[in-house]
Ligand binder design. Structure first.
Ligand SMILES: C[S@@+](CC[C@H](N)C(=O)[O-])C[C@H]1O[C@@H](n2cnc3c(N)ncnc32)[C@H](O)[C@@H]1O
Length: 326
């Protein structure tokens, strides 16, 4: 591609991305999604009438939303696609508030949220982890396959900062005779337990409520310890503490796996960079620690062998860093 053509393509890509984000935001603000959520399907004319909008631009807006895969159109009737039913918490507005706060954050360093603080994390995550369960589902399934390739026997799994339990419950979904110990704040564990109940896993789950830094864990017991999207809300000191704890809780030959937004797939590069920006504005000191940065901390805890697995599935930005206990 010539330089001129590349510049023109970049311009059109920017215009499309910006336009799509406005179309989504406008539709959300004027109430298109809420109206369709309560009416199942409506014509463009009915949507416009219900929302007191002009018919023609409403129909064009809805057609753009169809192209963006958030609405479907059947015989002039629009309805929501599954993605709109899944979006909850801050994800419902695609985290717009974070971006709107960003100029202020750049100047003052004041984050929009403090999701990495012990005072705020429970209330924030109890509304976010259900959506994370959906987002991480395909990665968790793939990670489960990797773990079974890397470890001979996975009977007992420890999931620290489990959220919905998406990573550890992937073992139960695959009918492994596994028992999972989930550790998180009480309100978040409730979400995980609801998920376990709806999938029929209650008997294979144990929970430990409260701060994972203070949790009393069984020693030399687990085959696999999981830190899924957790190290990026911890300082290096916090990570070291979690690595030490995980090491003690693992059996000899067991492994700790750290799932995070490492972004090794080219398709994941934009999501990874946007994720880093988003993380900086919603935490006090959130940082994605790379495998190279974490390796000395893991060695200090006693781990001796390491392996990285890319999770080449949507959103293409996740990876798994395994550390083995000798
Ligand atoms: C980004 S979420 C990840 C959830 C889940 N592992 C996943 O990947 O979907 C981080 C989780 O760690 C939990 N968490 C953060 N700090 C914690 C602490 N000090 N003690 C216990 N849980 C904590 C949060 O409540 C939240 O569920």
């Amino acid at each position: 591609m010539s330089k001129e053509l590349e510049a023109l393509q970049t311009y059109f890509d920017l215009m499309s991305t910006n336009g799509m984000s406005y179309v989504f935001k406008i539709a959300s603000e004027v109430g298109v999604f809420n109206t369709l959520a309560s009416n199942k399907e409506l014509s463009g004319k009915s949507i416009a009438k219900k929302l007191d909008l002009l018919e023609y631009p409403t129909c064009v807006l809805c057609d753009a939303l169809v192209e963006m895969n958030v609405l479907t159109k059947n015989s002039e009737q629009y309805s929501l696609t599954p993605v709109m039913h899944f979006l909850s918490g801050n994800y419902q507005n695609l985290s717009s508030e974070y971006w709107e706060h960003f100029p202020h954050f750049l100047k003052t360093g004041e984050p929009f949220k403090k999701m990495d603080t012990t005072t705020d994390s429970e209330k924030e995550y109890q509304v976010q982890v259900k959506a994370l369960e959906w987002m991480m589902g395909p990665c968790a399934k793939m990670a489960q396959t990797h773990a079974k390739e890397l470890l001979d026997n996975i009977e007992n799994v420890l999931d620290l900062g489990c959220g919905s339990g998406v990573w550890s419950m992937a073992f139960l979904q695959d009918k492994n005779p596994t028992r999972d110990t989930l550790v998180d704040w009480p309100a978040v564990l409730k979400v995980a337990l609801d998920s376990a109940k709806s999938q029929g896993f209650t008997n294979q789950i144990e929970t430990i409520e409260g701060n994972f830094h203070e949790a009393n864990l069984k020693e030399d017991f687990y085959d696999l310890a999981i830190l899924g999207n957790v190290t990026h809300i911890e300082t290096p000191k916090g990570c070291q503490d979690l690595f030490n704890k995980s090491f003690k809780s693992l059996k000899s030959g067991g492994a700790l796996v750290i799932h995070d937004v490492y972004g090794t797939h080219p398709k994941g590069e934009i999501p990874r960079l946007l994720y880093r920006l988003g993380l900086s504005v919603r935490t006090v000191q959130g940082r994605v620690h790379t495998p190279d940065e974490m390796r000395p901390w893991l060695e200090k805890a006693g781990f001796t062998r390491f392996e990285f697995k890319s999770l080449d599935v949507t959103p293409y930005s996740m990876g798994s860093f395994y550390a083995f206990k000798p």
